[in-house]
Write a protein that binds this ligand. Structure first.
Ligand SMILES: Cc1ncc(COP(=O)(O)O)c(C=O)c1O
Length: 375
């Protein structure tokens, strides 16, 4: 049982007082398009291969895992290419833990971090939890980052850590390598390019992995939660200069990555061709959602990710509820008039578009039909 006054009665750190935990609602509804998971079924044979691999190591669980996860990091380097070596790869329980370790090593109470908002809200939250001061850098009206203005903001604030999310969550916007180079050239500290959605980028969108040679303060973070469809596994990773990996070993908890996680991630990497085959299907559904938005009187932000930010809702909170009432769960990311919608299977897109049609039709119907409510 919790204390009568709950958190207020505890000597909790002052910056955490009054805060609520991060997290989208996990509701049991038919169509869940709110957390950018991959809805497509896992390939045939993967579950059996995972079970066999877990069975093979289960008898050795009395021992701690490989603390350095060498075999897994070697496989991850092979997946990323770009002539990366095991010394340049690091893995943790989701890219959120990678981001936490980066801030534990490079942020702190006398330091600041900057990101270009709206962006992934865990960047400021992890900064908060490591007592790192947060500074907002701005995006343009189309949610892109202007290289000159971004470089000026970095020059002005001199943050110890800069986040660039590309493709960006929640807007889907990819950032050019020129912009990342411009930010890096001005940044006195670390530049973290969060590429959680990289595999969904449209052709012609380059990864910041290409910029790593010669840039020892640049970090590219990735995850198996999205394109690989393994959100439940909790496996994130980064590529950077070997010295960055050395720095993270100073802050990571001993044996942070369980034997089971390492083994299952390696099996999933072995199935990469089958797993990543769903990326094209997800992108097709994303493009369907983008194309269908105008017919509902809505505006879709062009997306390089597995979700679409849609604007034009009179009241995003009411629209979110109206979609939920029709069995479709999406994300209200706090941008007025906008909702973020994950691209899932074709059946999920059918259900989503039918629900969007229904709620926007109600909104557009003349008042005498009783349709005055505006989603
Ligand atoms: C931009 C971005 N980075 C990182 C993450 C964290 O992913 P995970 O911890 O599942 O690897 C997310 C999750 O939604 C994200 O959107």
């Amino acid at each position: 049982m919790s204390a009568p006054n709950g958190l207020d009665a505890l000597p909790i750190r002052s910056e955490l007082r009054g805060r609520t935990p991060y997290g989208a609602p996990q509701l049991d509804v038919a169509v869940r398009l709110n957390t950018n998971e991959n809805s497509w079924p896992l390939p045939a044979g993967l579950a059996e291969s995972i079970a066999a691999a877990v069975g093979a190591v289960a008898g050795g669980l009395n021992r701690y895992p490989d603390r350095d996860a060498i075999a897994l990091r070697t496989d991850l380097a092979g997946y990323l290419g770009h002539e990366l070596t095991v010394a340049q790869l690091w893995a943790a329980n989701g890219s959120n833990e990678i981001l936490l370790q980066l801030l534990q090593a490079f942020g702190g109470s006398d330091r600041s971090a900057m990101g270009f908002t709206p962006s992934y809200s865990m960047h400021p939250l992890i900064s908060l939890s490591t007592s790192t001061t947060w500074r907002d850098g701005l995006r343009e009206a189309d949610f892109g980052i202007d290289a000159t203005r971004a470089a000026r903001a970095v020059r002005e604030h001199r943050p110890d850590v800069v986040f660039v999310t590309s493709p960006n969550n929640p807007t889907g916007t990819a950032v050019s390598l020129e912009t990342i180079e411009a930010v890096y050239a001005e940044a006195p500290g670390m530049v973290i390019v969060d590429e959680a959605y990289a595999e969904f980028a449209r052709p012609g969108t380059a990864s910041a992995l290409a910029l790593l040679p010669g840039r020892e303060r640049l970090v590219v973070t990735r995850t198996m939660s999205k394109a690989f469809g393994m959100a439940g596994l909790r496996l994130g990773y980064l590529a950077a200069d070997p010295a960055v990996v050395d720095a993270l070993q100073l802050v990571r908890l001993p044996y942070h990555l369980s034997t089971l996680t390492q083994v299952v991630a390696r099996v999933a990497l072995g199935y990469r061709d089958q797993l990543l085959a769903t990326v094209a299907s997800v992108c097709e559904q994303r493009d369907r959602i983008v194309s269908a938005a105008p017919a509902c009187g809505l505006r879709a932000v062009p997306s390089d990710a597995n979700f679409v930010l849609i604007g034009g809702f009179g009241n995003s909170g009411e629209a979110w509820q109206a979609l939920l009432d029709r069995g479709v769960l999406v994300r209200d990311v706090g941008i007025p008039g906008h909702l973020r919608i994950t691209a899932g299977t074709s059946a999920e897109t059918d259900a989503l578009l039918a629900a969007l049609q229904a709620i926007t039709e109600t909104a557009r119907r003349p008042a005498r039909d009783g349709g005055e409510s505006n989603p």
